[in-house]
Ligand binder design. Structure first.
Ligand SMILES: *Cc1c(COP(=O)(O)O)cnc(C)c1O
Length: 388
């Protein structure tokens, strides 16, 4: 028997309750049943985003919401500042380029966080910059950027702060309204415990004003049109009905757990994963500002990280992620966002210990697991996982 374990930073495992909800017969989105469902989901999303603004749902992967963030807030020839600290930072710059938005890029060493002073200085040097694009959690490197500090720079200005929170929302505290974040995007297959296929975007009052002026080409990803429809509990085009039904269930589970407990759980899982990896002599790739969503670990010298990923997958049926771009072969990434609890971490570390030994890198069996368990026991009772 090959029982499989999924420990990648998207897609993430989907709880049984959500799977069962999605297995029900399809309903029609223009019929009466859809209205209360969509109304509840809209309310739940505002809760998750910690915003009074409308959170719009699109039927796409997360990148669709990233594209919407660019095309709905900027104008032809606008100038944007992009924090490029990994694959997803690069994606912001690529989307801007595709739409003729000029970018100034802050290239951050992979695995590090951006220094807010660099943003302050770049904005001073180029007063024509209209928006700052950044990741809250740069999934490709496992580093997180200091969103709160950055928001203090943009808050009382006309500059928009656009945050890719795809592996941060529902993982760490990211209060959109309190911090004055202007655009926040996420996707369904990360902390929201759903299959891929939904993208989410919310805009602040300042961002909605920019949307009024925006003249970049757009059709499907039109936030003004979509908001008008959402306010009547409809979507402009056919929604991914089954995923919306799943979302109703996953939001209910998240609300039951509560935001503080969700954040504490992710923090704990991340700490335990880091402690486990370090206990067997491995180095973290993002030691200074690690993401609570994913832990990136350097492969031991002389061992291609892809070999570890392959061994875990083929022999232990544990799927983790390798490195992307320049980090390919150098790092592997263990995810812990969404539907994860302590024993998922134990599984991943246990499999890692065995795989390393298989590959000729001798580590003491049980050592990483013991370090994780010790971390779990530093607090009396870990907040219960999202299991209802
Ligand atoms: C997963 C992810 C995305 C979006 O990827 P999609 O494949 O389009 O869903 C964007 N940014 C970050 C930080 C991510 O982790």
């Amino acid at each position: 028997m090959n029982k499989r374990y999924l420990l990648t930073p998207g897609p993430t495992p989907v709880p049984e309750e959500v799977l069962l909800a999605m297995a029900k017969p399809i309903i029609h989105h223009r019929a009466a049943d859809f209205i209360p469902l969509f109304e509840e989901v809209r309310k739940g999303l505002k809760w998750l985003y910690q915003t009074k603004e409308e959170v719009l749902i699109f039927a796409s992967s997360g990148t669709g919401a990233m594209e919407a963030a660019v095309t709905n807030t900027l104008c032809k020839g606008d100038h944007a500042l992009v924090v490029r600290g990994g694959k997803f930072g690069e994606r912001w710059a690529e989307i801007c380029k595709a739409y003729g938005v000029k970018t100034t890029n802050i290239d951050v060493t992979w695995g590090e966080a951006v220094d807010p002073n660099q943003i302050r200085e770049a904005l001073k040097r180029s007063p024509d910059i209209k928006a700052v694009f950044v990741q809250a959690s740069e999934t490709s490197t496992g580093a997180s950027h200091p969103i709160k500090e950055i928001s203090e720079i943009t808050r009382n200005t006309d500059i928009l702060l656009v945050v890719d929170a795809i592996t941060a929302l529902g993982v760490v505290d990211l209060p959109m309204d309190l911090w004055g974040l202007d655009v926040v995007v996420t996707g369904s297959q990360k902390a929201l415990m759903l299959p891929p296929g939904l993208a989410f975007i919310a805009l602040s009052e300042k961002a909605w004003k920019a949307a009024e002026k925006s003249d970049l080409p757009k059709f499907y990803f039109n936030v003004k049109k979509e908001k008008k429809n959402h306010l009547t509990n409809q979507t402009a085009y056919t929604p991914a009905v089954s995923l919306v039904i799943g979302l109703q269930k996953s939001l209910q589970m998240m609300q039951k757990e509560g935001l503080p407990a969700i954040f504490e759980r992710h923090d704990k899982l991340a700490r335990a994963t880091r402690a486990g990896a370090q206990a067997i002599g491995l180095e973290l790739y993002a030691p200074h500002s690690p993401s609570a969503a994913v832990t990136s670990v350097k492969s031991p010298a002389g061992l291609d990280a892809q070999e570890i990923v392959k061994r875990l997958k083929n022999h232990y049926h544990v799927t983790i992620a390798g490195g992307q771009g320049d980090a390919k072969g150098k790092i592997f990434r263990i995810a812990h966002l969404g539907y994860y609890d302590r024993f998922d971490i134990i599984v991943s570390l246990s499999a890692l210990e065995m795989a390393l030994n298989d590959l000729g890198f001798s580590v003491e069996l049980g050592r990483a697991v013991a370090a994780a368990e010790a971390e779990f026991m530093t607090q009396p009772a870990m907040a219960k996982a999202a299991v209802a």
